[in-house]
Design a protein around this ligand. Structure first.
Ligand SMILES: [Cu+2]
Length: 149
């Protein structure tokens, strides 16, 4: 830095002439800001990675999965949801139009496989298990969903 830069009472004209003495300070300031910003970003990313690594090793919480369950009417809906809950689902919602059930469960207590098996045992075909013909035949007439597929 030359002396002119250090003089306090420099008029605008002179400041412009000595623009080179002002610029380095400005650039330094911008750089400092950028470095600070990068530092913060790195810190946040590192922190986030640590947290997700920790939760990854922990036993996972409730899980929600959807799968197809054959059925027809509201009686089926009641039976399907009740059965899923009896098999450990904390939430069960079956859609009579899409034939899809959404189940929320604790993976350490039950599974899609166990729930599917139980549903088949009460007469409802699932992606994984087919209901026994006798059980299917014993269902109320309104519940006799189309099995041709
Ligand atoms: Cu039904």
């Amino acid at each position: 830095m030359n002396r002119a830069c250090l003089t306090k009472n420099v008029n605008l004209h002179e400041q412009n002439q000595h623009a080179s003495c002002i610029r380095p300070i400005k650039i330094n300031f911008v750089r400092m800001k950028t470095i600070k910003l990068i530092f913060v970003i790195v810190l946040v990313v590192a922190f986030g990675a640590t947290i997700s690594a920790q939760t990854g090793t922990k036993v996972s919480g409730p899980k929600t999965e959807s799968f197809k369950v054959s059925g027809n009417c509201d009686m089926c809906k009641t039976r399907i949801e009740k059965t899923a809950k009896a098999e450990g689902a904390t939430k069960a919602d079956w859609d009579s139009k899409t034939k899809m059930i959404a189940v929320t469960f604790d993976p350490s207590k039950t599974s899609v496989d166990a729930i599917s098996k139980k549903l088949a045992s009460v007469g409802h075909d699932t992606e994984k298990y087919k209901a026994d013909d006798k059980v299917y035949d014993a269902l109320p007439t309104c519940c006799h969903y189309d099995r041709s597929k």
